[in-house]
Design a protein around this ligand. Structure first.
Ligand code: UD1
Length: 378
């Protein structure tokens, strides 16, 4: 095939969907490899169904492991796939372990590497994703960026700007494509068996997601965050779809019973794409440590309070509805009170977050394929 597309973990799925659609529309032969980094039905199959992503041609079934083992397993299992399919380029999205693993295999084989969502930097190397971003960009032949800061970041790292194309945000393509199908929040709660009364009485809710090691891996930190959420819920009920990693930590630290017994906090299993989109769209405020949700809330115009000290997506601060507060209770509460008092950020939708990023990518790709020599056989 011409292009071998890679997905591994939940945040990849919404990025690959519009790219595959656009490749197909242009008649560019593409295949899909799933590394199996995320494997639970709730983290995985539901997204393929919700987003209409074609069934992966190959699943490497790597599963969970330490970063080194997971990355190595993807590489080990991906290499024979490249040998067999002989793609002209491997297309990776985002910043998960599968992204760098597959990019590295392709680069070492002299196969082109295409990185969608290139150039984002938190400048925090304690984040595993930051390492994945820096390294993937260094070995990419074509880099597609979502916001203007990204090009400057890449130039600073010595990457030839001739390879870099500002095309906009494919995740927002997916958001626009699916917004009308988003599941109303009442339905998501009812499906999870949650009593709607406190939510209806309050006339609104906040949506919460947490999964970053910096927030959930330390008992003292997670306890503080949990207590803060319980405090916030006195003013506004919260809907909290819980990532498997976070659920495991809450259980291990003995924090789950207190959260689960709060009538104004609805703990849900990890939400599907259309449920999460509905939960964000209809929320008064979103509290999160996700990368993608900082952008999705900016596109939706919903205030976002990010429980991180930094972001690789600064356009959401400059132009969007995002504020960074870390995990200090005082700062979280101050930001929350500001939103409830009507002082939340208004924001605008950044350039090229218009639902057409994947089309722009495929236009550039078609040119690039026409210019590059086909991969040598053998
Ligand atoms: C990964 C990504 C992160 C992304 C996040 C979204 C990397 C380095 N990190 O982090 O960028 O924001 O996915 O979810 O690639 N687990 C399950 N079922 C699954 C997947 C994971 O139970 O389907 C559990 C595993 O036991 C594991 C934990 O969740 O211990 C963490 O999963 P993992 O994929 O290692 O990293 P994430 O924290 O999800």
């Amino acid at each position: 095939c011409d292009i071998l597309c890679i997905v591994g973990a939940r945040p990849n799925f919404m990025k690959i969907a519009p790219v595959m659609r656009a490749l197909q529309a242009q008649g560019i032969p593409a295949r899909l490899v799933h590394t199996g980094q995320h494997y639970d039905a709730e983290m995985n199959e539901r997204f393929f169904a919700d987003l209409g992503i074609p069934h992966p041609d190959i699943n490497l079934e790597v599963g969970s492991a330490s970063h080194a083992v997971q990355t190595a397993e993807v590489m080990r299992r991906f290499e024979p796939v490249v040998d067999e399919l002989q793609p002209r380029a491997v297309l990776v999205v985002g910043d998960v372990n599968s992204t760098i693993a597959c990019a590295l295999v392709a680069a070492k084989k002299g196969v082109g590497v295409i990185h969608v969502e290139a150039g984002l930097r938190s400048y925090d190397r304690a984040m595993p994703e930051e390492i994945n971003r820096v390294l993937t960009d260094q070995i990419s032949d074509l880099l597609f960026t979502t916001e203007r800061h990204a090009e400057a970041n890449l130039a600073r790292e010595g990457i030839d700007t001739g390879r870099v194309h500002f095309v906009g945000n494919v995740m927002i393509d997916t958001l626009r494509h699916n917004l009308e199908r988003a599941v109303p929040w009442q339905e998501a709660l009812a499906a999870a068996g949650v009593d709607l009364t406190p939510f209806q009485r309050a006339g609104g809710y906040g949506a919460v997601t947490l999964h970053r090691p910096s927030n959930v891996d330390e008992p003292a930190v997670l306890r503080r965050v949990t207590e803060t959420l319980i405090g916030v819920s006195r003013d506004l009920p919260l809907v909290f779809p819980v990532h498997p990693r976070t659920r495991a930590r809450l259980e291990a630290f003995g924090l789950l019973p207190a959260l689960a017994s709060e009538p104004r906090i609805a703990l849900l299993p990890p939400a599907g794409y259309l449920e999460m989109l509905g939960l964000m769209r209809d929320a008064r405020v979103v509290l999160t440590d996700s990368g993608g949700m900082q952008e999705e809330t900016t596109a939706l115009g919903v205030p976002c309070i990010t429980l991180r000290e930094n972001t690789e997506r600064p356009i959401t601060l400059d132009e969007g509805t995002n504020v960074l507060v870390g995990n200090d209770p005082g700062r979280i509460l101050a930001a929350f009170n500001e939103v409830l008092g009507g002082g939340g950020k208004q924001g605008r939708v950044p350039d090229y977050w218009d639902g057409r990023a994947a089309e722009r990518i495929v236009e550039v790709l078609a040119d690039w394929l026409a210019r590059e020599q086909p991969a040598a056989a053998g």
